[in-house]
Ligand binder design. Sequence first.
Ligand code: GLU
Ligand code: ZN
Length: 491
Amino acid sequence: MASAPVRVRFCPSPTGNPHVGLVRTALFNWAFARHHGGTLVFRIEDTDAARDSEESYEQLLDSMRWLGFDWDEGPEVGGPHAPYRQSQRMDIYADVARRLQEAGHAYECYCTTEELEQRREAARAAGKPSGYDGACRELTAEQADAHRREGREPIVRFRMPDEPVTFTDLVRGELTFAPENVPDFGIVRANGAPLYTLVNPVDDALMEITHVLRGEDLLSSTPRQIALYRALAEIGVGNGTTPAFGHLPYVMGEGNKKLSKRDPQASLNLYRERGFVPAGLLNYLSLLGWSLSADRDVFGIDEMVAAFDIDGVNANPARFDLKKAEAINADHIRMMDVADFVAACEPWLKAPHAPWAPEKFDPKAFEELAPLAQTRLTVLSDITANVDFLFLDEPVEDEASWTKAMKPGADALLKTAREKLADADWNAEALKQAVITAGEEHGLKLGKAQAPVRVAVTGRTVGLPLFESLEVLGRERTLARVDAALAKLAA
Ligand code: GLU
Ligand code: ZN
């Protein structure tokens, strides 16, 4: 393989919300570039005005930044091949299309959609390949004129070579595509708009991309692109080399079906809103087609960069496993510095996520309990329910918890516990002792004795370690809540 410096690209189209497949592609390209000390080009493929949106473009950039990716050329950073938004490069594509036609690599096709459809049907019925049949390949000037006089408007089609296209995929090995399976394809619409089939390889050639790493769904366009690169080299567009291709395996979702970008499970925003941390999400996504080692699933991005190479990518479909993603995320939350964890929780401790008024939030109280919360969260959004007892005036009302904890006898236990708590020094150890003693008087072990106290004070049967929670909540508020629970039980 060429020893030229690595230049890879991430080139999404700004349509809809970013999805995990896209992030995986970005991640593999980024890690590959960083591993090889190469260049990551971030290019926006926004030539489809009907589907692209500015909002989606902004979201893409924001997502890339949130994930912690940087790029060496592209939006906001510029570079020697600017602009990096294809919508701003239309003149380039028009010029290349014209030169391809002049050199005979492309031609005008006047066939109407109906004619193409009819011939496709006929070919299918005859059991023949049903792609474009080359009808306009050798039109004379007179025939073209006649078509124009009929009011037909031509598209531009690329002329595929008549021999097979063979290349060595970096993930899948040698692949060969027979000419009958790769018919001549459109590169410019009748209205002059260039198509993905043209602009993507033209920019890869001009931006001197050395490796194309992308999803397997794009594999069928690769022989066309390779043929196009060869033609571009002939007419002097780019530096004349064809990039190496590696197609990343499909990602399978629920029911072993391909995870589609419209699948709710695929939406990056979903993971972000649930409080996945970038390190956890990227760690998990790296496992979709790659692994650091057989016995380690949890690692940091720097370790990935140090170890990542394309020959470690597996061709077999990967399975998206939400439970595993969550477990890995939980590990990454645990690995954070407490200060970073506290900062990362912040969005969930404020409106609209948090159900308490902003002035009720007490950062000091939160910081005291944060280390205990940090070890228990799967996603950051869980933090709200874990600490709401601190910031709500009254504990949440959870019917199921109440019924479970407030069995007959709970009132007697709570009364005793209240007395012992009222007399205790206000620290976790003493508070625990108070509840143990109260339990003993009623023949209850600590586990049973603390349940009514927990529900009285926090509203829930599960939560952070109880006595540390009481310590932070304070004597007055704790006793008031036990009193309120006793009153409710007496009513
Ligand atoms: N804009 C294309 C897409 O998002 C890029 C395909 C490629 O990587 O070549 O599907
Ligand atoms: Zn035609």
